[in-house]
Design a protein around this ligand. Structure first.
Ligand code: 73E
Length: 828
């Protein structure tokens, strides 16, 4: 820490101002004041962007009042604080969230309308904060909002990437990645805290210091040092109850001015140093299913872990004599293994910097940390080559060896583990050119380890953590994911929110599980009609967006069948596309049949280095081009790939879906969270028994969800039997003809061999069970076609979905974490 000054927002007793007036009159006056004195424009001159800035500043002032109060409360009450360490926070836009949570939507709308300004259009200009890849990062954002809403003193810690997740364009059907520049116009939500900066070291050497009469000490002298500077963003809870802090770290050169002087004459040299420091937080790694093995990624992980721990320790020592009671005052949740190096870093800080003994430090560490696992995919599990780890973090490497020795001793002595079991639990993978296994490190360094759905948690016990689970049988528990109903129901779907309020009163706004009161209305024809009318308006809105962005006309009267998520083989967008082709083929062959009109909508990004996923995007676009221009299918089938899927687009898509595609190969999707957002908004789900779909089935009931395909166990069994698609394809003409069409270039006449590999993988291997599940998927889709013809039935099921999804709120997830893992919050 360079400077021990604490800011007012860190809770050093700023005066609490009188509550502000929130009538449209006052708000309008304040907005014009901001426009004049902060933006420098008159209402007549102001462009929409200026109104955004002025409105944001007015809302921000109100948040700051609450923020100071919450920070003060967290600090003086001595209550336990929860720190959520995550490499990603996929927040999206903040203005609507803040306005809604402060209950100011109507007065702000009215205030702006006095100047002929439309709040909805103003909000659209705010850039998305896209500091995440997908579900994991969005979960962290939902959890931040839910911690504030359930009155838990929570702190998010992450990285302030200059470039968030890339912008996707589609050129000639293929994905093109463009840099994302969310900070181009500044960011009114963040507060730079220059005074809160910590030194972060890399490389160098560890020396043993032996002073007379004292135990030997290890001293790490890093070869490089950079500064982590804090940027704080307020996160407002529902009804402004609590405002928590998201603290993101930015890397900066230690002392640019000194550096300049030192390098006098060598300006380029000085710049190289500062560029090297700043590179650490320049860009988010855009892969969520393959380990990014580069050194820069490990630097990012250590950088934000160390900065966050130093900050937590400073906060703790502000009010406590020493760190012995750290675990009573702080809980630190590791969001996947990306911050797992924290386990070694906290040990280092406790022992080397604060003079604790090993045994006590280990006790404190384990009691403080808990770890969430989000994936079992072997290719996504993090492990770092020892030589890289040792070179970059030599002291942390020593500590990992020592932790490992302790764990192995315990396993051998207390449980009698043999060599093969010891090899399975070891923090060092000896088989793979020697690597540090970050999952094992996070596991042994935590008192609680959780999966993100019931099925995923069971599979964790059986697969990746099987032997660690035998050693520590009480450590793994389940915490099924959830999503915040404020963003994903109230803000995204105001029409449905108004309808539900009208039908059952406003209590569900404060306790989403009360939305269950809606359930009996599924039998009320008049209510179903109103419910369907809301859906229809949301579909019209999405149809307009598709018309404007892609010049494709889609009929809002058709089933909107939507699959939006990262593109991955295991998520099986390919299965969905093959089904579209087979349907296309059938419509052409049997034009006389009573086909149910469908619009198949896709969106999602592929990791830039993931060739197969990019092929799938290309295929979706090629198929869309062919089908949409074929007059033979008229309005019976359309295929659309909407570019640049992000949080804001999701907010328009989720409320407009009739059918939600959750069709991953069973056993591979840890939870899914899009599945929850869709169903809350009244979409029916077609899905496999995977991730949280299993629990959704339990909640909405088997009549209201469309489950098909192999179970996780059956998938594992087939894989053991070296299953391939060849014989299945031979038996299923529908599938065969669709694949023939793809591989013969029907959809890519300019490059007929384009999809040769994609198709031959199905014949030779079918690793993702695309062929194995095809017939069951097709049959289930046809059942849905028939159901659509009975609108009463369909809409009744849709109502049941909305009514029965309250449990999937992230408020429920957060309360479970608080009760079982953190022992924090109002009920602790
Ligand atoms: O099933 C989803 C899950 O709903 C899972 O794939 C996703 O996390 C969601 C939230 O729990 C996830 N993302 C990552 N691993 N699992 C990941 C891995 C590496 C980098 C970024 C993200």
């Amino acid at each position: 820490m360079t400077n021990e000054v604490d800011s007012a927002l860190d809770g050093t007793g700023a005066p609490t101002p009188a509550p502000r007036k929130n009538d449209p009159e006052t708000l309008a006056r304040q907005i014009v004041e901001k426009l004049t004195y902060s933006v420098g424009k008159t209402p007549a001159e102001a462009r929409r962007y200026d109104w955004l800035e002025a409105t944001t500043l007015v809302i921000r002032d109100r948040i700051i009042d609450q923020w100071m109060e919450s920070s003060q409360r967290a600090k003086t009450s001595g209550e336990k604080r929860v720190c959520y360490l995550s490499m990603e926070f996929l927040i999206g836009r903040l203005l609507r969230d803040a306005i809604n949570n402060l209950n100011l939507t109507e007065p702000i709308r009215e205030a702006l309308s006095r100047y002929g300004v439309d709040l909805d259009l103003v909000e659209l200009l705010e850039p998305d904060a896209a500091l995440g890849n997908g579900g994991l990062g969005r979960l962290a954002a939902c959890f931040m909002e839910s911690m504030a809403s359930t009155d838990i003193p929570g702190f998010g810690y992450g990285i302030r990437y200059v470039h968030g997740f890339f912008r996707q364009e589609i050129a000639d059907g293929a994905q093109v990645e463009l840099p994302e520049t969310w900070l181009a116009h500044g960011n009114p939500w963040e507060f730079e805290r220059r005074e809160l900066a910590y030194e972060i070291g890399f490389g160098g050497k560890v020396t043993t210091i032996q002073e007379p009469g004292r135990p030997a000490r290890q001293v790490w002298r890093p070869a490089e040092r950079v500064l982590a500077v804090a940027y704080d963003t307020p996160i407002v809870g529902w009804r402004g109850r609590r405002v928590n802090t998201l603290r993101l770290w930015s890397a900066q050169p230690l002392d640019p001015i000194l550096l300049d002087a030192f390098n006098s004459g060598d300006h380029i040299g000085a710049l190289v140093e500062s560029n090297k420091a700043e590179a650490i937080t320049r860009i988010l790694y855009p892969a969520d299913s393959h380990q990014a093995g580069q050194e820069l990624r490990l630097r990012q992980e250590y950088f934000f872990s160390s900065a966050s721990l130093q900050d937590i320790i400073r906060r703790h020592l502000h009010a406590n004599e020493n760190l012995s009671n750290l675990a009573d005052k702080f809980s630190i949740q590791l969001n996947d293994t990306h911050p797992a190096v924290s386990v070694a870093e906290l040990m280092r800080l406790l022992i080397d910097v604060h003079g604790h003994e090993w045994a006590e430090a280990w006790e404190i560490t384990r009691n403080t940390f808990s770890y969430t696992n989000h994936t079992l995919l072997p290719e996504a599990l993090e492990h770092w080559p020892i030589h890289l780890f040792e070179r970059l973090l030599p002291r942390q490497m020593q500590i990992i060896y020592a932790i490992n020795a302790g764990v192995i001793r315990e396993a051998a002595q207390e449980k009698g583990f043999d060599d093969s079991k010891i090899a399975a639990i070891s923090l060092i993978d000896e088989g793979n050119g020697r690597r540090v296994r970050m999952g094992q490190l996070a596991f042994v360094g935590s008192h609680a380890v959780n999966g993100v759905s019931a099925l995923h948690t069971e599979l964790m016990k059986e697969t990746v953590f099987h032997h660690l689970h035998l050693l520590y049988p009480d450590r793994i528990e389940n915490k099924t994911n959830g999503v915040t109903p404020r963003r994903w129901l109230m803000q995204a779907n105001p029409g449905l929110t108004d309808l539900v309020t009208d039908a059952i009163g406003p209590a569900f706004l404060d306790d989403i599980e009360k939305i269950a009161d809606l359930d009996p209305l599924a039998d009320d024809a008049a209510f179903r009609e109103r419910f369907a009318a809301v859906k229809r308006r949301n579909k019209e809105q999405l149809a307009n967006l598709i018309g404007e962005r892609m010049a494709t006309q889609v009929d809002p009267g058709a089933i909107f069948d939507i699959q939006v998520k990262r593109i991955h083989e295991y998520k099986r967008q390919f299965l969905n596309i093959i089904e579209a082709i087979a349907l296309y083929d059938q419509i052409r062959s049997h034009p006389e049949r009573d086909w149910t009109p469908r619009v198949k909508i896709f969106a999602g990004k592929a990791a830039p280095s993931y060739a197969q996923a990019k092929q799938i995007i290309h295929l979706a676009n090629d198929v869309a081009r062919t089908i949409n221009s074929d007059p033979a299918v008229r309005d019976l089938l359309k295929v659309v790939f909407i570019p640049n899927y992000n949080v804001s687009l999701a907010e328009i898509i989720m409320p407009a879906a009739d059918l939600s595609e959750q069709i991953s190969t069973a056993g591979l999707e840890a939870s899914g969270t899009g599945n929850m957002k869709f169903a809350m908004n009244g979409a029916l789900t077609i899905g496999t028994l995977d991730g949280a779909n299993v629990e959704m089935l339990e909640h909405v009931g088997e009549d209201n969800i469309f489950i098909f395909g192999l179970t996780a166990e059956e998938v594992a069994q087939r894989r053991r039997e070296a299953h391939s698609g060849r014989s299945i394809i031979a038996e299923l003409p529908l599938l065969r003809e669709a694949l023939d069409a793809i591989s013969s270039g029907v959809f890519s006449p300019e490059d007929p061999a384009r999809y040769h590999d994609l198709v031959s993988n199905l014949y030779n291997n079918d690793w993702w069970m695309t062929c194995a599940d095809f017939q069951a998927y097709w049959d289930t889709q046809r059942r849905l076609d028939a159901l659509w013809q009975d609108q009463d039935e369909w809409q009744a099921k849709a109502v049941h979905n909305t009514a029965r999804m309250g449990w999937f709120s992230s408020d429920r997830s957060i309360r479970e974490y608080a009760r079982d893992i953190w022992k924090a919050g109002p009920d602790a």
